[in-house]
Design a protein around this ligand. Structure first.
Ligand SMILES: Cc1ncc(COP(=O)(O)O)c(C=O)c1O
Length: 363
């Protein structure tokens, strides 16, 4: 099977993690600090804290900003459910906004129509490795005095007008789940330029205190700590990031070149202001289900786009309505092709060949 995605793990990670095991220091320590520093260097943010996963990270940003009961948070309708769940568990109400039909990121022109006296924050999601239109979003947020939490779970390495995503708003939140651009197995990290938010978010993930080994707690907190094993893998992954970004671009270019003559297949549009990291190479087709089934039979794994939030069975009691045509379009027509950096050129050629066969056979 050609997998849709798989992590690039080798001797580099093994060497780092062996050091951790030999040191016997398994909880957050020097390697975690080094990993956070690498993230500050990558993004240019002043503060970075590693977390056990990206959901805990996002949740913490909302709690620290004081988002809670009676508040509304604006969020795109096409995202992973974690974005919505963190808002719900913070006690606030998610207000869904449809996505742009070309970038599949939140449509900034629809945001103002959803702002009410209860709106406290906007949570744009930088989907599939492409930045949302963060300039417009920040302008709206400033005009209406709203917080911005950037869900950059899929946005490691992604820039908008030369600036790394996650550094525009009050917080940026990343995920290092196994299928992400870089992985630590599970893992997350937040960045901020605000010292108070940095202290508060560190305390929130560390039982409400600024140091470990202290048992007088000024605040109520959770335990969302990272581990040195995660940091070890993360360090090796961060050293590969430049190569990963280049390989992802090469993969997309190979698909682009080999699929360009198939009129039924269109690669998704990239906003020229964005320097993307093609976490996935995505295509738009008439019937992704039939194409995915055909490719599966040929040993090729693909993935459909996110199921729109308003359709998710788990949110039916929230009555989001049904007016999200572009998210619906994305789900009905989007397909993510195999996009692992471990893919061989012959494998990409095989995927393209089989896509050609599918359209030749069905015409
Ligand atoms: C858009 C988005 N937000 C949040 C998350 C949550 O991250 P994690 O899986 O690390 O908890 C993910 C990833 O899985 C995601 O894709």
């Amino acid at each position: 099977m050609i997998p849709q995605i798989e992590p690039w793990i080798d001797e580099e990670e093994l060497k780092e993690i062996t050091e951790v095991i030999k040191s016997t220091w398994l909880t957050e320590g020097e390697k975690t600090k080094e990993f956070e520093e690498m993230f500050r260097d990558l993004t240019g943010a002043k503060f970075a804290h590693a977390f056990c996963n990206g959901t805990a990270t996002l949740f913490t940003t909302l709690k620290v900003l004081g988002v809670g009961e009676g508040d509304e948070v604006i969020v795109p309708n096409l995202t992973f459910t974690a974005s919505i769940n963190t808002i719900l568990f913070a006690g606030a109400k998610p207000i869904l906004v449809d996505v742009d039909k070309r970038t599949f990121n939140i449509d900034p022109d629809l945001i103002e129509g959803k702002i009410t006296s209860k709106t406290k924050a906007i949570m744009p999601v930088h989907l599939y490795g492409q930045s949302a239109d963060i300039d417009k979003i920040m302008k709206i947020a400033k005009e209406h005095n709203l917080f911005v939490v950037e869900d950059a779970a899929q946005g490691v390495g992604v820039k908008f007008n030369g600036q790394h995503v996650g550094t525009f708003g009050d917080f940026g939140s990343f995920s290092f789940y196994g299928n992400k651009t870089i992985t630590t197995g599970e893992g997350g990290l937040l960045i901020t330029n605000d010292e108070k938010l940095a202290f508060d978010s560190y305390a929130f993930k560390n039982h409400g205190r600024l140091k470990k080994g202290v048992f007088v707690h000024d605040k109520i907190g959770f335990n969302f700590s990272f581990t040195e094993m995660q940091a070890a893998i993360g360090l090796a992954q961060m050293r590969k990031l430049d190569k990963i970004i280049k390989l992802k671009e090469k993969i997309r270019n190979l698909y682009l070149a080999q699929l360009k003559d198939i009129l039924e297949v269109e690669l998704t549009f990239i906003d020229p202001r964005c320097s993307p990291v093609h976490w996935f190479t995505n295509i738009i087709v008439l019937d992704p289900v039939k194409l995915a089934e055909f490719l599966k039979e040929k040993g090729i794994q693909t993935r459909r786009f996110f199921y729109p939030i308003h359709k998710q069975p788990c949110y039916q009691n929230l009555k989001f309505g049904d007016n999200f045509p572009n998210s619906q379009y994305a789900y009905e027509h989007g397909l993510s092709l195999p996009s692992s950096v471990l893919l061989k050129e012959e494998e990409i050629a095989k995927v393209c060949e089989e896509i050609k066969n599918f359209y030749r056979d069905s015409n």
